[in-house]
Ligand binder design. Sequence first.
Ligand SMILES: CC(C)(COP(=O)(O)OP(=O)(O)OC[C@H]1O[C@@H](n2cnc3c(N)ncnc32)[C@H](O)[C@@H]1OP(=O)(O)O)[C@@H](O)C(=O)NCCC(=O)NCCS
Length: 174
Amino acid sequence: MPLTFTFDPVVTPELRDGILDLWADVTDAGGAVGFVPPVTTDEIRPELVRQLVAMAEGRSRLLVGHDEEGRVAATAFLTLNTHRLMTHWIWLYTVMVHPRHQGRGYGRGLLAAAEEAARTLEGVEAIRLTCRGGLGLERFYASCGYKEVGRVPDAIRVAPGDDRDDVIMLLPLA
Ligand SMILES: CC(C)(COP(=O)(O)OP(=O)(O)OC[C@H]1O[C@@H](n2cnc3c(N)ncnc32)[C@H](O)[C@@H]1OP(=O)(O)O)[C@@H](O)C(=O)NCCC(=O)NCCS
């Protein structure tokens, strides 16, 4: 059963809590979404609040995927640039699919929905994102049409002695 994607969902307490649970479960399963395991929803909450503020201010847009039971199963944030010379492309952040649903094509579905959403944004010509090296994520994004356009060696310190590249991926929308 494919996920149901909603762009710009109404932010309810259920949605907020669902994203927090998703984010924590993905992190604890080893996902590269800004935290390292073990993590609690209380540690993630300030980061989500920052995103919600950006959404309220029109700087960021949420794409959410629900599973057949109505649970929050996937997210991505489409974030506009504030730099006046960079408004023709957007950032994609916090791309994640719940571990119970991974490996069934939902990630590719999420990226297709994000691309479709980005195409509705006036003047947006590309999607850019960064991912943590060493996990094979470049292969996932490449399977969705993104190309590696840069790599900052050892920019992400996952743990002392465990530095990972910050890989920059780009999808032109032309
Ligand atoms: C990355 C993620 C979104 C992919 O979602 P998914 O539903 O598991 O991916 P799909 O089933 O749609 O897979 C699509 C393709 O990418 C590949 N792929 C998926 N995850 C991969 C990974 N971590 N490394 C390498 N390839 C991967 C799949 O093998 C598949 O390729 P195939 O069709 O040739 O077999 C998901 O695994 C996830 O949420 N991971 C944890 C969070 C995370 O690290 N997000 C990245 C932030 S930069």
